[in-house]
Design a protein around this ligand. Structure first.
Ligand code: GUN
Ligand code: ZN
Length: 441
């Protein structure tokens, strides 16, 4: 029995409540010298090294002195086929899609090609400490098969889906309402809940789906009530205006999705930069989630997300962070948190270091309705975690030359440097289900 046990000694940080709503004392769990004990890839217990070590004298302990172990990062919105077109110059959303995105996505009809990119993409996620992601594939079922095969090979908890788009896109990238229904249904039956994999019904956005196709997406959600709905909303002003023109009978952008039955507690809407107050309220009421994608919103000039409205106490909306690569400019959730902080700054708002890392972990898990399985170190959860090195670069070592933080105040300063200065170099190791998959053991 002892052979299935593993333990790690280091500093540990996770969240046991939401620091947007309760104090740091109530939401942050910090153990400067802790022991994390795993059994069969799941968390058995966590506590101080002193209090637990006597119980586990027989098992070998992996020690990470000077490091900080956190739950794996969660990317609540990203496009795997767009990895190769990251940093495409000069356009805003609609022209960027036509000029760069659609031609690139056309390549993913080729399963072999899709498989190659999926492998590069997932390794890149793991190098950046991202252990779960909600992922757009392309319109091609082959791209979904390729992605899920590679994700499953790595035992990852990921959510993905075939893009549904039947208008306002090149012929080589469009399906029809009927084929999108058949193909999505077959993919759900093939992949949803296979090992750790989950499926998201994925209409690209209201511009590229007819109302008929959106209704079909709603029908799929009714037929398969535990799959997700993943789409984009209110990212760019020209997009919002175009949607208004395409759906004149609707009350607004969210209402287009609402009328198709797409707004529920398993729905994740990327961006939401230009949502109205009424739309935030509706998302709150439906317990739907927003993926806040700061690097993308800045890169594509989309605008500044109203995080304080989304996280208001009266109308709370679930929020996770999305890298939105290739509209986003980094696969790193540390860099994404960095830009989330800066967007708040531009709006005279303050995101605390703990709040940014909550969004990247437990907040993301809640946005994806996965908080029973991942997001923190509660016993029984799946042991996906990341070993952070606060001294990963010479400058970070200089900045963080002090000893391990002992108070929350010292910890806040330390993790803020990780958020602002950190990237893949600060990811010392990544573990999936208790097994080392990237970095140093
Ligand atoms: N809206 C519709 N499609 C996309 C996409 O691929 N990226 C982003 N950022 N927004 C979108
Ligand atoms: Zn996107």
């Amino acid at each position: 029995f002892m052979s299935s046990l593993k333990a790690f000694r280091s500093s540990f940080l996770d969240f046991i409540a939401d620091p947007f709503y309760v104090s740091e004392l109530e939401s942050v769990r910090y153990i400067p010298d802790g022991l994390l004990v795993l059994e069969d890839g799941k968390i058995k217990e966590i506590g101080t090294y002193d209090s637990l070590q006597h119980k586990y004298k027989e098992i070998s302990i992996t020690a990470y002195p000077g490091m900080l172990i956190m739950p794996g990062f969660i990317d609540t919105h990203v496009h795997f086929p767009q990895l190769e077109m990251i940093a495409s110059y000069g356009e805003q959303l609609l022209t960027w899609l036509n000029k760069y995105t659609f031609p690139t996505e056309g390549k993913f009809k080729d399963k072999t090609y899709a498989q190659k990119v999926a492998a590069i993409f997932l390794d890149e996620l793991l190098k950046n400490g991202t252990t779960t992601a909600l992922v757009f594939a392309t319109v091609h079922p082959e791209s979904v098969d390729a992605f899920f095969e590679e994700a499953n090979r790595r035992h990852l908890r990921t959510i993905a889906g075939k893009v549904m788009m039947d208008r306002n896109a090149p012929d080589f990238l469009t399906d029809t309402a009927e084929t999108s229904y058949q193909e999505t249904k077959a993919l759900i039956q093939k992949w949803h809940k296979k090992d750790r994999l989950l499926y998201a019904v994925t209409p690209r956005f209201a511009i590229t789906s007819t109302n008929e196709q959106l209704q079909i997406a709603g029908r799929l959600l009714q037929e398969f009530p535990d799959v997700y709905l993943h789409t984009h909303i209110s990212e760019n002003v020209d997009e919002v205006a175009f949607v208004k023109q395409l759906f004149p009978e609707s009350q607004g952008y969210l209402d287009v999705y609402d009328r198709a039955g797409l707004v529920g507690d398993r729905s994740v809407f990327a961006h939401g930069v230009h949502l109205t107050d009424a739309e935030f309220h509706r998302l709150s009421q439906a317990n739907a989630a927003i993926a806040f994608c700061p690097t993308s919103n800045l890169f594509l000039g989309s605008g500044l997300f109203r995080i304080e409205t989304a996280k208001s106490k009266d109308y709370p909306v679930k929020v996770g962070l999305g890298t939105d690569v290739g509209g986003g400019t980094s696969v790193s959730l540390l860099q994404t948190a960095n830009e989330a902080y800066k967007i708040a700054q531009l709006r005279q708002q303050k995101l605390s270091p703990f709040q940014t890392l909550f969004l990247a972990t437990l907040g993301g898990a809640k946005a994806l309705n996965l908080e029973a399985k991942i997001g923190n170190f509660n016993p029984g959860k799946e042991a996906d975690f990341v070993v952070l090195d606060p001294r990963a670069t010479p400058l970070m070592a200089f900045r963080n030359s002090d000893a391990t933080p002992t108070s929350l105040e010292e910890l806040a300063e330390r993790i803020f440097t990780l958020v602002i200065m950190g990237d893949d170099r600060a990811i010392h190791a990544t573990y999936i289900m208790g097994g080392l998959v990237m970095g140093n053991g």
